[in-house]
Design a protein around this ligand. Structure first.
Ligand SMILES: [Zn+2]
Ligand SMILES: [Zn+2]
Length: 340
């Protein structure tokens, strides 16, 4: 099969590999569409720095089941499916507590197991969900990471609710999903992004206002009146964005960090206790999160923003454009036909 591999020298290469084989409880999925996530850029950096083995990236996957293992009971050849990239072990302490996003022993497609920038990928049978018949694979692909991750942050952890004021810092692919999901919950949204195009996309996704960082405080005060901000979703992960979020958070507010970052930040006990605020970290998502966002898209209440489509061979170019901030919303790659 053809696949894209991140090589140790930092290059993004098209390679020929043997087709993968399924284990007894696995399915082989012929990839129809694979979303390009910002995390892929971090992975490429890590491979280049020798912190990670060369890998086949791609963790936003929609495809068609092309082969099933001997013990697969819930899926048939030909089924169109959305794949969750997390392949939890099902047995560790976190899995037993239904926190499969934090599995201690599993694998993640596109991270430490071969991912979806390839013609075929192998997944456990309990990590796929049916693709609703009316859903375009290219639109559904980003749900696997950006949609489900946003849902976990905004709803499962952030508890966005009717009439809340939610601030979304960073209106990229995940940010636009977060905005739409917060709106579905009945919240008002202020989006913050230095890029004009991203702010426009944020407004199109339902945000009440979208401003550059330097105007954030005034805009938040305008929208919050005297209630303060109920939820901050930080998709950037710098000290600056943390401090901005912290300064805006109102009584009972929740700050959810979604982006990795290494800058140290500080909060005081007063920040937590005075006003009963919570600072939370959100990591990945569960099958339940994915099922909910698929249902939202099927019902027309969530619309992933896909602005760029290309064949698998375009991977290097698309990643370069993503790095340069030239892609608003999501880019999707097609290992096979462009309109699967
Ligand atoms: Zn991702
Ligand atoms: Zn586990």
């Amino acid at each position: 099969m053809r696949a894209i591999r991140f090589e140790a020298d930092g290059s993004v290469k098209l390679v020929q590999l043997p087709n993968p084989q399924s284990g007894p409880e696995d399915v082989v999925v012929q990839v129809l569409a694979a979303g390009v996530c910002h995390t892929d850029l971090h992975l490429l950096d890590e491979v280049k720095a020798g912190e990670r083995q060369p890998l086949i990236p791609g963790h936003e996957i929609v495809g068609r089941v092309s082969e099933i293992g001997a013990d697969v009971y819930a899926s048939s050849v030909g089924d169109r499916v959305v794949v969750h990239f997390e392949q939890p072990c099902g047995q560790c302490r976190q899995c037993r507590r239904k926190r499969t996003n934090l599995c201690e022993k599993g694998h993640s497609l596109g991270f430490d197991a071969p991912g979806g920038y390839a013609e075929f990928v192998v997944a456990k049978q309990n990590t796929i969900l049916p693709l609703p018949p009316n859903l375009d694979p290219a639109v559904a692909a980003p749900l696997g990471c950006s949609g489900a991750t946003a849902y976990r942050s905004v709803v499962a952890l952030g508890q966005a609710d009717e009439d809340d004021l939610v601030i979304v810092i960073g209106a990229g692919g995940v940010g636009l999903s977060a905005i739409q999901i917060a709106r579905v919950q009945g919240a008002r949204v202020l989006a913050i992004d230095p890029r004009e195009e991203a702010r426009k996309a944020a407004l199109d996704s339902g945000a009440q206002a979208a401003v550059p960082p330097q105007e954030a405080e005034a805009a938040a005060r305008d929208l919050a009146a005297d209630t303060g901000v109920d939820l901050v979703i930080d998709l950037v992960g710098t000290r600056t964005t943390f401090n901005l979020g912290r300064s805006l958070l109102g009584f009972g507010g929740r700050f959810v960090a979604m982006a990795p970052g290494t800058e140290s930040v500080s909060i005081t006990a007063d920040d937590l206790v005075d006003g009963g605020k919570a600072y939370l970290g959100s990591y990945s998502s569960t099958m339940a999160d994915l099922a909910r966002v698929i249902a939202l898209v099927e019902a027309g209440r969530l619309q992933p923003v896909v602005t760029r489509k290309g064949p698998l061979e375009d991977a290097a170019e698309v990643l370069g454009d993503l790095q340069a901030g030239r892609i608003v919303g999501r880019a999707v790659l097609f290992p096979g036909p462009m309109n699967p």
